[in-house]
Design a protein around this ligand. Structure first.
Ligand code: PLP
Length: 381
């Protein structure tokens, strides 16, 4: 072959075959992946319009409706991580000048506010100390003051470990004629979520936490009310990739190519959802609660204190206060190097003050709690 140039060989490295350490992922996510999910992901790739793959898309939609407890027709897996579906919820219903009220009680509330501002929304913030949650009265007051088109809340704030109660919020939003948008990234698959019963209009999640898949896909759901707002837009959705009108032509009956979806990632999600359906939601939520309680009791025995009041504590993610004089990073590093256990450090305002321990999906198991407590006991002794 005659080449126009000689090949630059500087980047041609010859690396070893990939080998990764056997980590136990007990941080804020990703969590370890169920072996059945990994096995499903290694099946042969299919085309994104293959009839077999289209059938699998239907199954994913149905099973997502199950884990989210919704009948929303527009329930899909977005290609991308949780942040992509977060952006999808905002991009589809916000138009420049729309008022959005964001409940901020941690890191991810700020991310919602930042994204919303990039779509030209008039962003109003309702803030709370990190580790606390909003009462219904505080939300009512916020709606009365700001009269938003959308109220956005984080159900499970991964930076603090707090669970925002959602009972009654949907009714409130209907009273004020606004849409309710909820981040369920650290709750789906591990904590009760009832999209329809709670009147949630827009929800998103991730695959790498309570569902027990690798990161890479992001569940998304939109109620008929939210769909209606999308149809009445004066301007096109400012994000082509995440425009639900276009995506609906692929996920809906038309089956028109939109983008090359990852069939292997979706095999994994299907298997993870199948596992959730086999187990049943009530059992799954109870399992997460039981293992979290075991963790909380064990931490108390070690003299450690949880950051969030038990009533609002997430079973999927526990924040533990770092005792005076202890180097939080050094402890996390030693857990990783000596025990192959990953836990998370504090994020944002809680940096240096807490550790974040995740018991999510496949990882919410008694033996993992025992292993971690034993390792932690030795490391902080
Ligand atoms: N929202 C919450 C509550 C999260 O915990 C995360 C990630 O941990 C995200 C959104 C963003 O998800 P991702 O990192 O998958 O993009």
């Amino acid at each position: 072959m005659t080449l126009p140039f000689s090949i630059d060989e500087r980047h041609r490295i010859h690396t070893t075959q990939l080998d990764v350490p056997p980590r136990l992922l007990l941080g804020p996510g990703p969590a370890n992946v169920h072996p059945r999910v990994l096995a499903a992901m290694s099946l042969p790739t299919l085309g994104h319009l293959d009839p077999c793959y289209l059938e699998l898309m239907d199954e994913i939609q149905t099973l997502l409706r199950y884990v989210w407890q919704t009948d929303n027709p527009m329930t899909i897996s977005v290609s991308g991580t949780g942040s992509a579906a977060m952006e999808a919820t905002l991009a589809n219903v916000l138009e420049p000048g729309d008022v959005i009220l964001v409940g901020i009680m941690g890191y991810f509330g700020y991310r919602l506010a930042d994204m919303a501002s990039r779509y030209g929304a008039d962003v109003r913030k309702l803030t709370k100390a990190w580790g606390e949650v909003f009462s219904l009265d505080e939300l009512r007051e916020g709606l009365e003051t700001h009269r938003p088109a959308v109220l956005a809340l984080v159900h499970a704030e991964t930076s603090t470990g707090a669970r925002q109660p959602l009972e009654g919020v949907g009714e409130l939003c209907r009273e004020f004629n606004c849409l309710l948008l909820v981040d369920t990234v650290t709750s789906l698959g591990g904590v009760p979520v009832f999209l329809d019963k709670w009147g949630i209009d827009l929800a998103y999640s991730c695959t790498q936490k309570g569902l027990g898949c690798p990161p890479g896909l992001a569940p998304f759901s939109m109620s008929p009310r939210a769909w209606d707002k999308l149809q009445k837009r004066r301007s096109p959705v400012a994000n082509w990739y995440l425009d639900m009108n276009l995506l609906n032509r692929y996920w809906g009956s038309e089956r028109i190519y939109h983008h090359t979806a990852s069939s292997n990632m979706n095999y994994g999600l299907r298997e993870a959802l199948r596992l959730a359906a086999e187990e049943g939601l009530e059992q799954r939520w109870q399992r997460h609660q039981n293992n979290a309680r075991l963790l909380w009791e064990g931490l108390a025995d070690l003299g450690l204190v949880c950051h969030v009041r038990e009533e609002f504590r997430l079973p999927t993610l526990t924040t533990v206060r770092v005792p005076e004089g202890v180097d939080s990073k050094a402890v996390a590093r030693q857990l990783l190097t000596d025990y192959n256990i990953e836990i998370g450090l504090g994020l944002g305002e809680l940096a240096g003050q807490v550790w974040r321990i995740g018991l999510m999906g496949y990882n919410s198991r008694r033996e993992n709690v025992v292993l971690l407590l034993e390792a932690l006991r030795k490391v902080i002794a």
